[in-house]
Design a protein around this ligand. Structure first.
Ligand SMILES: [Zn+2]
Length: 408
């Protein structure tokens, strides 16, 4: 097990006073489960690492990051990877993503049963859920997103949208339903977010929340530690979400888990629920005793995968010390600091998302596929989700470079 320690940095005495209080219950005493590090592009405004901790009072798991909500607001306004309709999600162009959002819209419509309901989607990305609701006959729709490009993409679908965030004044008490779908796991100031929702919701309104399901990360492990990334800093179970909402007198009316198809044979675990304010009923927080075990299994299995990747990369780099790296995503940012890739002679990074081009990583430029001149240096593909598609793209481009995958 000694060799796994490079991938799981765990202290003997792993209790700490977290600098970020528990987003669910405000407690500061936490156990460190894992320390995550990232090799970030030079101009990246977020932190290059954090402890993943479990709250000793309520069992919630979160990143003890020093990055502030204001930093995250700036990040999502400026660097939104969701902007590019081809590589981003939350729009209507990717068929799997569109289907996912149609299913969510169906769930919401089934619950509301009222096409006149005023609905706000916070973090609407490219407007997919709202578009799907519109197709179901809903007409009182509105989106809000920190990225202006996302707002423009949503407007292009014929839907009202505004640039903004959960921390700027909006419309008071006008919405029958507020949706946060795959948004709350990105929020540093979670309680501020719930306050904002409460302010913008009618008193009898309903909140729809959907986030990744941290109790099932281990069952959908395609890439090591994929859920501990620069953006996902809250790891919910339905119990933890219900604890959070209970503090604001919101009771779970209907909720559960679902499995999202995000690609051909690619799935992602999520939880969802509808919450409504229940007046005077006092809520008693109960600790989630299960989440920690499941996330610990996930960390352990991830470390094993990371170790296998490293052995594989070591062999490849021994054959060809000079390489080109395809992809600058979340896995690349980990491999570049946790594996032999940290010391490799990298000639260039290639990335399909235009938002990453022109940036530098380890002082090496990030270029688009069309800018690649070199046809002899091996290319390491640093994704385990889309590696086949990228290999196909390289072939289509007529490039003769050897392709190195992360696994045999
Ligand atoms: Zn807590």
């Amino acid at each position: 097990m000694e060799s796994l320690e490079r991938f799981i940095i765990k202290k003997d005495n792993n209790m700490k006073f977290a600098s970020r209080p528990c987003p669910v219950c405000n407690h500061h005493q936490a156990d460190v489960l894992h320390t995550q590090r990232f090799e970030l592009p030079e101009d990246h405004p977020l932190s290059n690492g954090y402890d993943v901790v479990v709250c000793l009072q309520c069992g919630f798991i979160y990143a003890d990051t020093s990055v502030t909500q204001a930093d995250y607001d700036r990040f999502y306004a400026k660097y939104s990877k969701y902007e590019d309709s081809k590589t981003g999600t939350g729009g209507v162009e990717n068929p799997y993503d569109w289907r996912r959002q149609q299913e969510t819209a169906h769930q919401i419509a089934n619950f509301l049963q009222n096409p006149n309901a005023s609905i706000l989607d916070v973090g609407c990305a490219n407007g997919g859920i709202l578009k799907a609701l519109q197709e179901l006959g809903y007409r009182n729709l509105c989106g809000i997103d920190p990225s202006l490009t996302c707002v423009e993409n949503t407007r292009r679908l014929g839907i009202e949208a505004h640039q903004g965030s959960l921390f700027q004044p909006f419309k008071e008490h006008v919405f029958d339903c507020i949706i946060l779908s795959h948004t709350l796991e990105h929020v540093q100031d979670v309680q501020g977010a719930i306050n904002w929702i409460e302010n913008n919701l009618k008193s009898d309104g309903v909140i729809y929340l959907e986030t990744p399901d941290a109790t099932r990360y281990v069952d959908f492990l395609y890439a090591p530690l994929q859920d501990f990334n620069t953006e996902h800093i809250n790891h919910f179970s339905l119990k933890c979400l219900t604890n959070l909402m209970g503090e604001y007198d919101f009771a779970l009316i209907n909720g559960g888990s679902k499995t999202l198809a995000i690609g051909s044979e690619l799935f992602y675990p999520a939880i969802y629920g509808f919450w409504k304010q229940n007046g005077a009923n006092e809520y008693n927080l109960t600790k989630d005793e299960n989440l920690r075990n499941e996330v610990e299994k996930y960390i352990q299995r991830s470390a094993e995968i990371l170790k296998r990747i490293d052995i594989h990369l070591q062999k490849a780099l021994a054959r060809s010390p000079k390489i080109i790296v395809w992809g600058t995503g979340q896995l690349a940012m980990k491999l570049l600091i946790e594996t032999s890739l940290a010391h490799a002679n990298i000639l260039a990074f290639i990335d399909n998302n235009p938002i990453n081009r022109g940036r530098t990583l380890k002082h090496i430029p990030v270029i688009g596929p069309d800018q690649l001149q070199d046809s002899v240096t091996p290319i390491v593909i640093t994704t385990m989700l889309h590696h086949q598609a990228i290999a196909e793209q390289i072939k289509q481009m007529g490039l003769k470079n050897e392709i190195i995958f992360l696994a045999e």
